[in-house]
Design a protein. Structure first.
Length: 227
């Protein structure tokens, strides 16, 4: 197995060293950035080699939110935000922007490493194999979807939207969050474009299409029926 590379982004050198030392004990490769601008530069140079990012919120030059936004325009690399604030609104804001995990300082380095390993395990398990979501079979390698043994033809955007719903099973997803995570940029047009895509996906999934529920006033969620 190739060595896992983690990018640690924090303006405090002592914090970077602490996290780096614990990660290296678990045989992770670590690259460091001391501010947001350096993080984006390194990501551009090494994005295919970076498996996970630990990203501080409060930094000079460019804060963590800005870095997160720009990376999410190009990549779904797992990101754990580090912050000293611990405010609920900050946490919700991070999830809206597409963060995977959120850890408030001060934290236990051992717990941080455990969260890193758990997040990597979740993302790799999904991407390495075919996954059955209540009878909707996704082949991540082939980027194909099948139902009842029959291949379902989908556009790239339909496929990405369906995957986002499936991977967030039972989570109510707002239209804004769907746009930010699937369309990968701040979409200023008519959000009804999501409704149109959902209608097409439901039709293509046949009987399984009913698993995509409409949440009135919010958006959608994937919730298989328990039979």
């Amino acid at each position: 197995m190739n060595q896992v590379t983690v990018m640690v982004v924090d303006d405090e050198s002592r914090m970077r060293k602490l996290v780096k030392d614990f990660l290296m004990q678990k045989d992770f490769k670590v690259i460091e950035a001391e501010n947001g601008e350096e993080a984006l530069k390194l990501f551009e140079e090494k994005n295919e080699k970076i498996d996970l990012i630990l990203l501080d919120v409060m930094m000079p030059k460019l804060d963590g939110w800005s870095v997160l936004r720009q990376i999410r325009q190009k990549s779904n690399v797992p990101i754990i935000m580090l912050t000293a604030r611990g405010e609920e609104q900050d946490e919700l804001f991070g999830f809206e922007l597409g963060v995977d995990e959120y850890i408030s300082k001060p934290f236990s380095p051992k717990i941080l490493v455990a969260r890193v390993e758990a997040l990597l395990n979740r993302t790799r398990t999904k991407k390495e194999n075919k996954v059955d979501y209540a009878g909707i079979i996704v082949d991540y390698d082939g980027r194909t979807v099948s139902v009842d043994g029959k291949n379902v033809e989908m556009s790239l955007r339909e496929y990405e939207l369906l995957i986002y719903l499936l991977e967030n099973e039972s989570v109510a997803l707002s239209r804004e969050k769907i746009l930010n995570n699937v369309w990968n940029y701040d979409y200023y047009g008519d959000s009804r474009t999501i409704d149109s895509h959902i209608k097409k996906i439901r039709h293509k999934l046949g009987k399984k299409g009913k698993f995509i529920k409409t949440i009135r006033g919010v958006g959608y969620k994937f919730e298989p029926q328990n039979n």
